[in-house]
Design a protein around this ligand. Structure first.
Ligand code: DGL
Length: 276
């Protein structure tokens, strides 16, 4: 048993899409979440920059005494996983890509045409393609970066024509030309536009890594005897820039949750909180 919180982080609000799944499957687990909203998006930045940002956030989470770190960001998982595991060899660090890639490899039919959408960095790193191919070499894998999705989602531009047009701009020919039957949402922001994608491409099976990572968290905690029992700790959610847009999006993500599961966010001050 280990009642310390689990640390989650993302470049912004995307990683929050894992949290309702975690709260439902493991309601006793406590959370410290960090969304680097002041520096989002990460997905078009240089890998060295992403590595520096991730190290800062992981250091902060470790100082906050988390028992596990979940990299709730595909961009960081694709590029900095090993670096963070080397930095903190004694803490389980879980990336979001491997569990979803494994699940896709196990569940897609032979000769499926599987599309992966994500940020430029995630797609450029080919992390999904390479991991899926390790488990199943009988799938046809296609990758496509969709860099404008994250800024629009962070702005709360979701249920409208601009988002639909942007989705069609990136995905129409990608889906059609490759005869896709399945798509992986390879960015934790994208579950927020899952409904748009299923409405525009109803024949696609959509794989959502934000829900899949939770069973991996469950297994690792169980195998290491680290599941929490009831404790007093209150979940803490930090954002490096607590804008009004961001708060509105929190309401959107947690709209279906019970009142007591809703979250309060704290502004994180880089200087004051001495992250470096
Ligand atoms: N939500 C993140 C991901 O899963 C990062 C998006 C970004 O900051 O570009 O890749």
């Amino acid at each position: 048993m280990d009642n310390r919180p689990i640390g989650f982080f993302d470049s912004g609000l995307g990683g929050l899409t894992c949290i309702p799944y975690l709260m439902r499957e493991l309601p006793r687990e406590k959370i410290i979440y960090f969304g680097d909203t002041a520096r989002t998006p990460y997905g078009s930045k240089a890998i060295g920059t992403i590595r520096n940002f991730s190290r800062e956030i992981a250091d902060f989470l470790v100082k906050s005494d988390v028992k596990m770190i979940v990299i709730a960001c595909n961009t960081v998982s694709a590029t900095c996983m090993e670096d963070l595991q080397k930095r903190f060899p004694d803490i389980p660090i879980i990336g979001i890509i491997e569990p979803a890639a494994k699940k896709a490899a196990e569940t897609c039919k032979t000769n499926s045409n599987l599309g992966i959408i994500g940020t430029k960095v995630t797609i450029g790193a080919h992390a999904y393609r390479d991991t899926i191919s390790k488990y199943n070499s009988f799938l046809n894998i296609f990758e496509h970066p969709c860099p404008a999705f994250v800024p629009l989602i962070e702005e709360g531009i979701i249920d409208n024509e601009i988002m639909d047009l942007t989705i069609r701009y990136y995905m129409d020919s990608f889906v059609r030309d490759n005869k896709l039957d399945t798509v992986i949402l390879g960015c934790t922001h994208y579950p927020l536009i899952k409904e748009n994608i299923t409405r525009l491409y109803p024949h696609l099976t959509v794989i959502n890594p934000s829900s899949i990572v939770v069973s991996r968290i469950h297994h690792v905690l169980e195998d290491n005897d680290m599941l929490a029992e009831d404790s007093e700790f209150t979940n803490v959610f930090y954002a490096s820039d607590l804008s009004e847009n961001f708060l509105n999006m929190i309401d959107h993500i947690f709209a279906d949750e019970e009142e007591d599961k809703k979250v309060k966010f704290l502004n994180f001050d880089f200087e004051k909180d001495n992250m470096k």
